[in-house]
Design a protein around this ligand. Structure first.
Ligand SMILES: *Cc1c(COP(=O)(O)O)cnc(C)c1O
Length: 421
């Protein structure tokens, strides 16, 4: 598409946008009495207007039924988590039995590593991206130590090449090949939280498996943002949070994927709890753990219903909008943003912004390395009602989110920066 850097054009794109009405289903925070330009849906997604009702329904049922709500609530709490797999599996490209909604992201990463990071003899290393999200780094370090290894030795990090910002897929593959039989686990973010780079998950999975390793992904910045085909790519496991692109509220309940080929494997070690136990005999309260032969078998505790109610409100919106349309609009928004930023660079005496997000491997997030006036620009954006994200030393991350951001948001954002020149 031939983009134009003017308001008429941005408005025309908004008019033609098949998802345009979804914005009305969200609360847009106000700044100085005006709807802000909210570009931090990659950090905390906005609240759907339906969320309150979904949560209030559960509070009402609790008031009316007490413990009987486990069976008599409108959505009975006992099997509450079962309302998710059909819809959530579409978002991540999985079969329903490969998906379960439970706990929170880092907790799930640990639980999955218990099953899927199983170092033996010389095969004990983990390959991951350099500067992974800190929580993932801590999880990996502590898991490695738990098995009696030293992180410095056992964790191999892959960085972008000198002067580059994205990791090259060929570097990942060659490192995997080079370390071959030392690797127990390949673990990457599906989308890097800092650069916004989308990893080639199909290629990484293939290379990891060829080396005899298990392959997992943290999809915190990928779920609800990019196209995922976890089942077809034969990814072994994955996990994600629901409060970023999935709009399910601060600290919302998280999601897990375990490939079909593993879900019924009773030999896999796991940290078990009663909610993972076969439903038929769960309430016999007897000794001897019998896992449910689906991803549900990894559940530990009973369902956090209030948090799940908020998640359901959001997932219903995803279902109505359709993940393919959401992904397509997200790409168009970020393509338009790249165009607008390039226009700013062209009109500046000295280049102002270096985009560190690869144009051909991105979702809706764009990370801008500010070559001049970084903090000033960020402050001006704030003053004029833009909520973006500052990362030291001088990166501004912005995510125009397809369900509630507009092309006019992107254009206006560009105008504010332009006015700083
Ligand atoms: C946001 C994010 C987290 C946060 O973990 P929580 O357990 O939800 O607090 C972890 N890892 C990645 C890659 C993230 O982007």
């Amino acid at each position: 598409m031939q983009f134009e850097n003017n308001l008429t054009f941005a408005k025309k794109l908004d008019e033609e946008d098949i998802l345009k009405n979804f914005r009305n289903q969200f609360y847009i925070p106000l700044i100085n009495g005006k709807e802000c330009i909210y570009f931090t849906g990659n950090s905390l997604g906005l609240q759907p207007k339906t969320t309150q009702d979904y949560v209030l329904n559960e509070l009402e049922d609790w008031a009316n039924f007490g413990v009987e709500g486990h069976f008599h609530a409108r959505k009975p709490w006992m099997p509450y988590h079962e309302i998710f797999p059909t819809q959530v599996s579409k978002i991540v490209g999985a079969l329903p039995e490969e998906v379960v909604v439970m706990n929170q992201l880092t907790v799930n990463l640990h639980l999955l590593m218990v099953s899927f990071y199983r170092p033996v003899q010389q095969r004990y290393k983990i390959i991951c991206e350099a500067k992974a999200f800190p929580s993932d780094q801590y999880a990996m370090e502590s898991q490695v130590r738990y098995h009696g290894y030293e992180p410095n030795d056992a964790i191999i990090e892959i960085s972008p090449g000198a002067g580059e910002h994205a990791v090259r897929t060929e570097d990942i593959i060659s490192t995997i090949e080079q370390h071959g039989n030392e690797i127990a686990l390949v673990l990457f973010g599906g989308v890097n939280y800092y650069s916004g780079q989308v990893m080639d998950m199909a290629a990484i999975t293939k290379a990891g498996h060829a080396a005899g390793a298990v392959v997992g992904f943290d999809l915190a910045h990928a779920a609800g943002n990019i196209e995922l085909k976890l089942h077809d790519w034969k990814v072994d496991f994955a996990c994600w949070c629901s409060y970023k692109y999935l709009n399910s509220g601060p600290g919302g309940v998280a999601g897990v994927f375990i490939h079909q080929q593993h879900i019924a494997d009773k030999r896999l070690p796991r940290f078990a709890g009663w909610w993972g136990h076969t439903k038929e005999t769960r309430f016999k309260m007897e000794k001897g753990f019998e896992p449910i032969p689906t991803a549900e078998g990894w559940q530990v505790s009973n369902a956090p219903v209030l948090s799940m109610a908020a998640h359901k409100a959001s997932v219903d919106i995803f279902d109505k909008a359709g993940i393919e349309k959401i992904v397509a609009k997200g790409k168009l928004l970020s393509d338009y943003l790249l165009f607008v930023l390039e226009e700013i660079n062209k009109s500046a005496k000295e280049k102002m912004i270096e985009v560190i997000t690869p144009a051909d491997a991105k979702g809706c997030q764009v990370s801008m390395l500010m070559l001049q006036k970084g903090k000033e620009v960020f402050e001006a954006l704030k003053q004029q009602g833009v909520i973006a994200d500052w990362r030291e030393p001088n990166v501004i991350r912005v995510a125009p989110v397809p369900l509630y951001n507009t092309f006019t948001d992107v254009f206006t954002f560009g105008q504010i920066i332009q006015s700083m020149l």
